[in-house]
Design a protein around this ligand. Structure first.
Ligand SMILES: NC(=O)C1=CN([C@@H]2O[C@H](COP(=O)(O)OP(=O)(O)OC[C@H]3O[C@@H](n4cnc5c(N)ncnc54)[C@H](OP(=O)(O)O)[C@@H]3O)[C@@H](O)[C@H]2O)C=CC1
Ligand SMILES: CC(C)(CO)C(=O)C(=O)O
Length: 306
C-alpha cells in the first residue's frame, strides 16, 4: 500500500531512503535545513550510473499536512530535537522509524511519543556518501534490519521488507562494530582496513575482548539481549566489517577531520556511562575522541599500553 513518508534529514541516508521509498511507489516529503529548496536528488550507483528523484522538499516551518509515517535520518544527537520539531505534525498513531547509529538515541524518543505511536529502529550496513546538498553516491551494499522498539498496539512493520524480530540484538551488534572501528580509525587517522594491521591490531583485539566481556557480564543492562548474540563470532564479525569497508574512512574519522560533532556519546559514551560494568578501554577511547587536539598523545598512550 502506498504511504506518505516524512523523511527527516537531507543527508546521505535521508536522500538514499527518500529515493528508495519513491522507487517503491510511496510519496515522500524530505525535510531539510537548507536556505533554498533543492529541486531533486541525484543518486549515483557503484557503476557510476546516476538517477534523479523528485521528493517534495520541505522545512519544518513549511510543513502543513500530518504524517502517519516518519523516518528519522539524522545523526544520533539530532534525533530527539528533530522529532520534537515536527511532533505536532505526526498523527496520533504514527509509525516513527529511527535509522541513526549508536545505542540510546532511539530509546530517548520513547517518552516523547504520543500515546498510540510506535517506535521502530533500524540498523543499516549500506554505505552512502553525500557529495553535495542534493547528490549522493552509493558506496557499499549491506543488510538493513528494522524492528519494533516500542508499540502500544501490535502493528505491522511499516518497512516490512527489512523486518527483524529482535532489533535490539542487531543494534547491540552494530554498537560493538562502531565502538571498535570508529574510535580507532579516528584516533589513528587510518582507514577501516588499517586497524586490522600492526600496530593498531593489538588495540583492536583488546577492544573486541572488552566488549565481549561487557556483553557477557550479568550486570550489563541488556544482558538478556546480548545472550542472544553469538559472542564467539563477534570479533570475526567486526573484523569482517572492517575488512569489507577497508578503504572507507569511518564516519567518526570524517567528523573529526571536518571538525564536526561526532556520535561518540551514543557509541563509546554508551559503555562509559554504564555504572555496573567497567570498560576502561572504551572510557579511554571516549576521552580521546572528546579531546581531538590531543589525539597524538592518546595514540602514544594506547600503543604503549597494548
Ligand atoms: N551514511 C552512511 O553510509 C550511514 C549512516 N548511518 C547513520 O545514519 C545517520 C545519518 O547519517 P548521514 O546521513 O550519513 O548523516 P548526514 O550528516 O549526512 O545527514 C544528517 C542530516 O540530518 C539533518 N538534520 C539534523 N537535524 C535536522 C532537523 N531537525 N530537521 C531537518 N534536518 C535535520 C542534517 O542537517 P544539517 O546538515 O543542517 O545538520 C543533515 O543533513 C547517522 O547516525 C549515521 O551514523 C548508518 C549507516 C550508514
Ligand atoms: C560500519 C562503519 C564503521 C563503516 O565505516 C560505520 O558505520 C561508520 O563509519 O560509522
Amino acid at each position: 500500500m502506498n504511504k506518505h513518508w516524512l523523511v527527516i534529514g537531507c543527508g546521505a541516508l535521508g536522500m538514499r531512503w527518500a529515493a528508495r521509498l519513491l522507487e517503491q511507489g510511496h510519496q515522500v516529503t524530505l525535510l531539510h535545513r537548507y536556505q533554498t529548496h533543492p529541486t531533486e536528488i541525484s543518486v549515483e550507483d557503484s557503476s557510476g550510473i546516476k538517477q534523479s528523484y523528485q521528493p517534495n522538499f520541505a522545512t519544518s516551518a513549511s510543513l502543513t499536512s500530518k504524517f502517519e509515517q516518519v523516518l528519522i535520518c539524522t545523526k544520533a544527537y539530532d534525533a530527539l530535537p528533530a522529532f520534537l520539531d515536527i511532533k505536532s505534525l505526526t498523527r496520533k498513531s504514527a509509525d516513527i522509524v529511527c535509522l541513526c547509529n549508536g545505542f540510546g538515541a532511539q530509546q530517548e524518543l520513547i517518552p516523547h511519543l504520543k500515546e498510540h505511536q510506535s517506535l521502530w529502529a533500524g540498523v543499516t550496513n549500506e554505505g552512502t556518501l553525500k557529495i553535495n546538498d542534493s547528490s549522493i553516491r552509493l558506496t557499499g551494499e549491506g543488510d538493513t534490519f528494522i524492528g519494533v522498539l516500542h508499540s502500544p498496539t501490535s502493528r505491522p512493520n511499516p518497512l516490512e521488507d527489512f523486518h527483524c524480530a529482535n532489533i535490539e540484538c542487531r543494534l547491540l551488534e552494530k554498537l560493538a562494530i562502531n565502538a571498535v572501528i570508529n574510535p580507532l580509525t579516528a584516533i589513528f587517522g587510518v582507514t577501516n582496513g588499517e586497524i586490522l594491521q600492526t600496530p593498531v591490531r593489538n588495540i583492536f583485539d583488546a577492544a573486541v575482548a572488552e566488549i565481549k566481556s561487557c556483553y557477557r557480564d550479568q550486570g550489563f543492562p541488556h544482558h538478556p539481549i546480548t545472550k542472544e548474540l553469538d559472542l564467539e563470532m563477534l570479533g570475526n564479525r567486526i573484523a569482517t566489517v572492517a575488512h569489507m569497508t577497508g578503504l572507507n574512512h569511518s564516519s567518526m574519522l570524517q567528523d573529526i577531520r571536518l571538525k564536526r560533532k561526532t556520535e561518540v556519546d551514543y557509541i563509546c559514551g554508551y559503555f562509559a556511562k554504564q555504572e555496573q560494568i567497567e570498560c576502561p578501554l572504551q572510557d579511554l577511547l571516549y576521552e580521546a575522541i572528546n579531546n581531538p587536539a590531543e589525539l597524538e598523545s592518546y595514540q602514544r598512550k594506547l600503543l604503549n599500553f597494548f
